[in-house]
Design a binder for this molecule. Sequence first.
Ligand code: ZN
Length: 243
Amino acid sequence: MAEKKITTRRVMAGDREILYQLERKAVKNLNLRVREDGSVYASAPRRVPAAEVDAFVASRGAFILRAAARMEERQRQKRGPGRALEGERIRVLGEDLILTLRRGEGPGLLREGERLVLRVRDPDDPAERQKTLEAGLDRLCREVFREILDELYPLVGERGAAKPVLRIRRMKSRWGSCLPGKGIVTLNRALLEAPRECIRYVALHELCHLIHPDHSGRFYDLLSGWMPDWKRRKALLREQVIL
Ligand SMILES: [Zn+2]
């Protein structure tokens, strides 16, 4: 019987299972890539036993899982907000919470442990679900960002900076910005997905601009003095949230 050209195979990488498509082709070497939709594809010459391809894929497991997660996240962001369905995973402050729908008066969003409980009048109405979810996340975002800014402000306040106005915007290419002359600090709404320590880093960076508007050595001395591990937080942020 002729061998099927493309087969789906599964391998284990640590405790995670990886599904991949193996295509037999007239190629010289084994090729591996993660497609835009997060699926994993390998092409290999016929002479290489499938077990050998499996071992190769498994050895690249950490890379594949990371790449797949990034691709999925990118796709998810392209699609825009989810459909607010029961069981959907919503990333909040670095944690994947599971959306749970409840019917009830007084629509709203509440965290209960691992769950994000969305209370709506009609769980079958996608528009109400989505609107309530977005409003709840916006409110949470404002609370968290406000709290972090209030907590950090005294540092720059003691240096003479007036308390800035907080703005929250969805931005495509930056985590935050600061208009020192106008006393406005803007934080990206996407930061709500990041761990709190990452949001604190962005907030402090922007607050430091109230003292030094540029990215001079003095600016970084100030930031590093208050937050010696800001580079680690910045790296973590880039890993966790894709703009
Ligand atoms: Zn800056």
